[in-house]
Design a protein around this ligand. Sequence first.
Ligand code: AMP
Ligand code: ZN
Length: 112
Amino acid sequence: MDCLFCKIIKGEIPSTKVYEDDKILAFRDINPQAPTHILVIPKEHIDGVDALNEENAAVVAHIFAKIAEIAKNEGLVNGFRVVSNVGEDGGQTVRHLHFHILGGKKLDTQMA
Ligand code: AMP
Ligand code: ZN
């Protein structure tokens, strides 16, 4: 499968890793939209939030537990935003489930 984030997981494309374990990887977004912009992805390929189900969704709980840790490590004590774009209307450009962590400044309240 020709998936950019699967290639990052395999190390075929370099990334700046922030956290990794056997189930997930967190790395810095190549085109940061805030002072801190990190992507958190499952190592298992899942297309997006629209492809989650009772069988594969447990990894999302793990991702969110680690998002809390990563945000603390990044010093995001004043808050941050977690975003997952889904499909074409949602603006998803990489079709591998990912959660953006955005922070390090007061974010725009405009959501759409
Ligand atoms: P989305 O538009 O929600 O699908 O998010 C995809 C994100 O992946 C964008 O914010 C891109 O800047 C980011 N991105 C694309 N290629 C890379 C890469 N090689 N390394 C890190 N981030 C990337
Ligand atoms: Zn993938």
